[in-house]
Design a protein around this ligand. Sequence first.
Ligand code: PEP
Ligand code: MN
Length: 362
Amino acid sequence: MESTIEQKKKPISEVWAKRPLIISGPCSAETETQVLETAIRLAATGKVDMMRAGIWKPRTRPGNFEGIGTKGLPWLQKAKEISGLPLTVEVATGKQVEDALHFGVDVLWIGARTTVNPFSVQEVADALRGVDVPVLIKNPINPDLELWIGAVERVAKAGIKNIGLIHRGFSSYGNTEYRNAPMWHLAIEMKRRHPDMMMINDPSHISGRRDILQDVAQKAIDLDFDGLIIESHIDPDNAWSDAKQQITPERLGEMLGSIIWRKEDIDSEELHANMEKMRQQINQLDDELMQILSQRMKVADKIGQYKKDNNITILQTNRWNAILERAFAKGEKLGLSKEFITKYFDAVHMESISHQNKVMNS
Ligand code: PEP
Ligand code: MN
């Protein structure tokens, strides 16, 4: 456990480099008392590195609480003084960047509704020119990696050296399990493209509710994320925004205590040797799978030729349904999920169709 005094001494570069990096605080700053009490209770957990609070809140529908505005910034400044926790605030305009920096906000974050809009991202980037402040960039609300990458590029071009990513899930119509579908594969692809950029996970906005918060957080840690940003509130049920997904600082402390923190690697030769053997096996099996797939496509080509000669269509729905039914039944016995079988056969089928298309039209 670190003391508040020690935290007070830490320069922001040191906090930024800490792993796992834990950020917490209310969805919105509401009152001075709420902000100060949250800061004290978060610091008391000894598990939080930085405090978050929304000052300007982009809400999807009007009429919801849209943030306390600039008048909340001095409250945050005071919270930092008494707790030692550095601050992060969401910014969406040039003026907001200016105000946040004026009141000593340590890290800025760009929200999901801003990342989608290149005009807004550019305005924020322009306001950042010549400023040395770390910036976190949330994924856009829609599953479009290019927009996320574009925002990173705009901020980097403005001269910002410390850029981090926040994966907060993607909105989709009618999704009931999550408020924002995690689509983990997109976060993983983003990590692959920016291997040196830290990526933290926001289980609060993915879950939208408390009961699955810890599972989502654990999943992120299992996937080697660099940290978590989790919303907390002194009285969650009565929060002015995102009440359903917030937890008390004490509950947050418990939750962080029961998460299993995994390392990317450990220093053990035996483990490395065993892993290496199994990875060789996987490589071997992948090679064989590809050989077999290639053979399968050659048979599809022959069928294509046959269809061409006899002037029949490529797609035969009955045949396709029969293949799928057979595969589900077999897959179940082999421990392969229906979801995987569907995706796999869709991909194989599309490749077969494209092969036969070439045969038919050559
Ligand atoms: C938030 O962090 O409170 C917020 C508005 O998040 P997002 O931009 O991910 O919706
Ligand atoms: Mn929120």
